[in-house]
Design a protein around this ligand. Structure first.
Ligand SMILES: [Ca+2]
Ligand SMILES: [Ca+2]
Length: 434
């Protein structure tokens, strides 16, 4: 290029000099060369060029006719030839075009009569008027391929090849999946190469590759009953009853306060959820319901009925009711009973005392004259423990609940004790009475 441009500039200078030289008939200077038109022009001037000699026919020059650029000298003679000023050359033979432009990749596009053709660059090439050259078109710079294809440029041509998951002719490339992994986490690849959103997910852009969870709560697809919150989850949604309520027959019903409140003839013993303080601030709890003939007993607190050793060091042991506040059950049950007993050795000195959930401490019960834990139901004829002898004092406390047991210290093993579960129901259960 640089060489060609330099050459053109040089040509312009030479032509200018030639014009001056011609005016002065200075045949000694360029572009005149030794020789004559009759002898040299055929070889040195291109066919489109004209030739001029000095009067002696010892010097000659080639020059181009109007409408042509160049010095008229052939390529072989170190010249530029004659090239049409506007880049348009007519032709009657293929060689005319090469002669006109001194470049490759040109052809003569013949007219219908086959006589007056026009020179054109081969397909895939474009003409550059500056240097009369047919240059390859870089189709890849012109975005001739799909944006999802790889473009390769070749002299006179180019190719487009769909890349990655795209298939097609390179001009139009269509995405397809081959594995589920090609789709997104919430969609699957189908046999036809398209993705499909999983149930509960939808595609915003229609590709099924951007599948996102459908918020069934927000779009109204799921409506929840009173006292329920709509909870949207990935791929689904559900109704959750608010605290203190449970879902039944598509309604949120308040939990019953006791097992007996939910009693029905087909109820069986087992763990059920109740809400002892109703719409109070405490959450529902799981309790054991003991079903009797015609009613149900709410059972909370210690379920292990094996006796424990009284500590020799004495101290206080708290009774664990889990998440249940025993006072709530006492408040909403007509009848509650709790078994207590102490099996003492003669080492027990003093009394075992009980504190109920109201904070009252007992070493005996109103019906008992002696200090022993026989409960309120007159089950001890005499008080056995605390008198320096071994014995068993056993009974039930009614409509009370033990919160802690306090032991005196003893030199030797004082015996065992037991606090049973708090059991509440609509009426006495039978075992409390003698
Ligand atoms: Ca090309
Ligand atoms: Ca959802």
């Amino acid at each position: 290029m640089v060489t060609r441009r330099s050459s053109m500039l040089l040509t312009a200078v030479i032509l200018y000099v030639a014009a001056r030289a011609s005016a002065q008939d200075d045949y000694d200077a360029a572009p005149y060369r030794d020789g004559s038109c009759s002898l040299n022009a055929y070889d040195d001037c291109v066919s489109d060029a004209l030739c001029k000699s000095n009067p002696d026919h010892t010097r000659f020059m080639c020059y181009c006719p109007d409408g042509f650029d160049g010095d008229g000298f052939s390529d072989a003679a170190g010249g530029t030839g004659c090239r049409p000023t506007n880049g348009i050359a007519t032709c009657t033979a293929e060689s005319d075009c090469f002669n006109a432009f001194q470049t490759t990749n040109v052809f003569c596009e013949f007219s219908d009569d086959g006589l007056n053709g026009v020179c054109k660059c081969n397909e895939g090439f474009t003409f550059n008027l500056e240097d009369y050259t047919c240059y390859d078109v870089d189709e890849c710079l012109n975005n001739m391929c799909s944006m999802n294809a790889k473009c390769e440029n070749f002299p006179g041509s180019y190719s487009c090849t769909c890349e990655g998951n795209y298939v097609g002719d390179g001009t139009v490339c269509t995405w397809r999946c081959y594995t589920h992994g090609d789709c997104n986490a919430n969609s699957k690849c189908r046999n036809d190469g398209s993705c499909k959103c999983d149930a509960g997910f939808s595609s915003a852009d229609g590709t099924n590759r951007d599948c996102a969870d459908i918020d069934e709560c927000a779009n109204g697809e799921l409506t929840c009953p009173d006292k329920a919150d709509c909870v949207n989850t990935a791929g689904s949604a559900h109704c959750e009853c608010q605290d203190g309520f449970y879902l039944a027959d598509n309604q949120c019903k308040p939990y019953d306060k006791t097992c007996n409140a939910m009693y029905s003839a087909d109820m069986t013993s087992g763990v059920y959820t109740i809400d002892p303080d109703g719409e109070g601030p405490k959450p529902p709890v799981d309790v054991y319901c003991e079903v009797r003939d015609g009613f149900a007993i709410t059972v909370v607190g210690p379920r292990d009925t094996s006796p424990e050793k009284m500590p020799k060091s004495g101290g206080t042991s708290n009774i664990n009711y889990g998440n249940v506040d025993p006072q709530d059950l006492l408040d909403n049950s007509p009848f509650c009973s709790q078994e207590i007993w102490v099996e003492c050795t003669k080492n027990l000195v003093g009394s075992v005392s009980w504190t109920d959930v109201s904070g009252n401490t007992y070493t005996s019960w109103p019906s008992q004259s002696n200090e022993c834990p026989c409960g309120q139901m007159n089950q001890c004829d005499t008080c056995n423990c605390g008198a320096g002898a071994a014995g068993l004092d056993q009974g039930y406390i009614i409509n009370m609940a033990v919160s802690s047991v306090t032991f005196p210290s003893s030199n030797r093993a004082p015996g065992t004790y037991l606090v049973g579960p708090l059991r509440c129901g609509p009426e006495p259960f039978g075992e409390e009475t003698v």
